[in-house]
Design a protein around this ligand. Structure first.
Ligand code: AMP
Ligand code: GLY
Length: 424
């Protein structure tokens, strides 16, 4: 079939790489894609927010299947026109995408269906928020209800800080419309882990675990980022914990969404906090994680087209056995532009990618790259490359990933040197 993949990040390059390996994939298009995705797909210069243009493109090219990578278009309703026209699409509709698009919606669902999560309150008025903060005490977490490009979560050490964060969101519009309503919640201690599962409104198909590294600096220091590296599986995940995550969190969520009249189709990415072997939900995302996806795709042994298409068609039950995972571990080390996550230079030349790809079991996924007028690869974003490798152990995957990093000649980029440290 002819497939359109929407997005332009490292996650989408990993998806394109895996989709292109499927015998069922005829023509693969990507909008807008990046310089790396061009290896696997024909890129079309349409941005992810241009929903009407994407719909026209799908009709013009007679696309059989649409796969949406990032959250913003899903929350904006990218899947809806395809569903209305009977074109199979992987990703939730606008109503179901609220699981990520509105933290209040997600928290209310957890409360109603007894899904373990932090205690919380929803607020539009500062005085009410302040009262709740003073009653709860610190540390405490203040969040925008809506999407704020990963920046709308403020962890506060004192109640004064929390009141200031709430004021910034509610009264000073620090995060624009995303913060006209806020969530204030209890601070959870523990170790963070991500778990991924597919759903088609009825069936849950558990995928795998991963662990991300959100801070920009070695030793988990410095500013928060979209993720500087990830590996899969998470080192402390046990079969018992996986069972608890599926039974106490994922299944009641999918059943609850259906009961609420918004059945969920797509991938559910649970951000979890684990303490004493029990997981509580921090957040749901309605798409694959980036860079978690890069590690997952390296470990997935099934046919990704079959799997995602079955989810889109409500046939996950039929293909459950096809989803198998390599016993090997995979690790993705993100290379970012110097300065990220603050301001950085674009259009800086990157060399050595072929040499990096020649490292055993390694592949460099592109996140923010494009070709310059001479055909060379240049940076075009904050997170630029996801240098990913597989190995028998996390240690071997790490060794190979950094061996590949060392082949890359990009003076204007950097990476963390300790991805996987918790596991090792
Ligand atoms: P979120 O976007 O909700 O995942 O929040 C971003 C990050 O903030 C998470 O990955 C956690 O590290 C942290 N975080 C969010 N909520 C809490 C919480 N209730 N307790 C502790 N840390 C939190
Ligand atoms: N790596 C975290 C995310 O994709 O949200």
């Amino acid at each position: 079939m002819d497939i359109l993949l929407i997005g332009s990040g490292g996650r989408e390059h990993a998806l394109a790489w895996k989709l292109a390996q499927s015998a069922r994939c005829n023509k693969l298009y990507c909008a807008p894609g990046n310089a790396g995705i061009e290896e696997q797909a024909q890129c079309a210069p349409i941005e992810v927010h241009e929903i009407d243009k994407i719909v026209s493109f799908v009709k013009e090219k007679n696309i059989d299947f649409v796969i949406v990578g990032p959250e913003t278009p899903l929350v904006d309703g990218m899947a809806d026109p395809f569903l209305a026209q009977g074109i199979p699409v992987f990703g939730p509709d606008k109503k179901a995408a609220q699981l990520e698009g509105s933290k209040g919606f997600m928290k209310d669902l957890c409360a109603k269906y007894d899904i373990p999560s932090a205690k919380y309150g929803r607020f539009k008025i500062l005085d009410d928020a302040q009262k709740f903060i003073e009653e709860t005490g610190a540390p405490i977490v203040v969040k925008t209800d809506g999407l704020a490009a990963g920046k709308g979560v403020i962890i506060c050490e004192t109640t004064d800080q929390a009141v200031e964060a709430a004021r910034g969101m509610l009264e000073d519009a620090m995060f624009g419309d995303a913060g006209t309503e806020i969530i204030i919640e209890e601070f959870l201690e523990g170790e963070e882990v991500s778990f991924f599962a597919l759903a088609d409104g009825k069936t849950v198909l558990p995928l795998a675990s991963a662990q991300d590294h959100k801070r920009v600096g070695d030793g988990d220091t410095g500013l928060n980022t979209g993720g500087m590296g990830a590996y899969s599986p998470a080192h402390f995940m046990t079969a018992e914990m996986e069972k608890q995550i599926i039974e106490d969190l994922i299944e009641p969520t999918i059943a609850g969404m259906t009961a609420e009249g918004c059945p969920f189709t797509g991938v559910l990415f649970a951000g979890l906090m684990v303490k004493d072997g029990k997981a509580k939900l921090l957040e749901y995302n309605v798409r694959f994680g980036d860079p978690e996806c890069q590690s997952l795709m390296m470990r997935l042994e099934g046919d990704l087209v079959d799997i995602l298409y079955a989810a889109a068609q409500g046939r996950l039950e039929e293909i459950k056995d096809q989803v198998t995972w390599s016993d090997n571990a995979a690790m993705c080390v993100v290379m970012a532009s110097n300065g990220y996550p603050e301001s950085y230079e674009k259009n800086t030349p990157i060399r050595g990618l072929d040499e990096a790809n020649a490292v055993d079991e390694a592949y460099v996924f592109h996140a923010g790259t494009k070709r310059d007028e001479n055909g060379g690869i240049v940076s075009f974003g904050g997170r630029v490359l996801g240098v990913t490798a597989k190995g028998k152990t996390i240690a071997q995957a790490q060794k190979r990933a950094y061996e590949a990093v060392d082949k890359i000649d990009w003076p204007k980029g950097f990476c963390r040197h300790d991805i996987g440290w918790r596991a090792l």
